[in-house]
Design a protein around this ligand. Sequence first.
Ligand code: SAM
Length: 261
Amino acid sequence: MIKAKKSLGQNFLIDPIILNKIVELVNIKNKAVLEIGPGTGNLTDYILKKKPKKLIVIEKDNFLAFNLQSKFNEQINIINKDVLEINELLLCEEKLIVFGNLPYNISTEILSKWVTNINNKFWFDTLILMFQKEVADRIIAKFNTPNYGRLSILSNWKLNIKKILDVDPESFSPKPKIKSTILLFVPKNNFHKIKDPKNLEKITRIFFSHRRKMLKKPFNQVFNGDQKILEKLNFNLNMRPQNLDYETYYKLAQEYEKLTS
Ligand code: SAM
């Protein structure tokens, strides 16, 4: 019996119906696959049954990585490291299909890293990721809704996102206190070109620093009241941060880059 480590977000998925649903979402036969945080290898087993060409797994826990090695031998390539320290571009020559029941304490950090690391070259085809429901709700939120914010804007910049389903705590061992949600992401063919993602992060940080206040203060702080930008992007300063859609934030980041270049 393996003792789960809370510090590494270890809640292992044990529900065969959900495990099967996850690997049925895309065709992985003869494809290169990456799994983040395979843990005890439950999902790994289901992935292997679908006969991928190659399966790379990244597991930080030394003990679990050792166990996976003896369980699967050369069927998988194990990288016993922290996913946040990996350069994904060097993992595989082919584009990867990525699965991950992510460690919840770093799930947004992983997604942000992947969105901001992509320049024009995507290293993945599809991401199928499990988040805590509350985070998934923020990722997929549309403007004018309470969950809309910085994470929604960043996540939707380069990715099309689809909600697959909510998963109950009973599907895991140990049982988490909260519900989870599976999301599927595919790269967009076209997205707004922003030279440095830090500029999008900066704009959204300043604009969302007071969610309930009008846009006047943050806009003036960054754009010095520039009327032309307001007219071009078609909003007014009585609006609140959550009233501007994703696109307007990408355009604001572009305007900021013009100002500062
Ligand atoms: N995929 C397994 C499952 O569904 O049964 C386990 C999922 S569990 C929520 C998260 C897994 O990620 C654990 O195995 C944990 O050890 C691993 N993990 C935690 N932090 C990590 C990190 N920074 N890099 C790589 N793996 C990590």
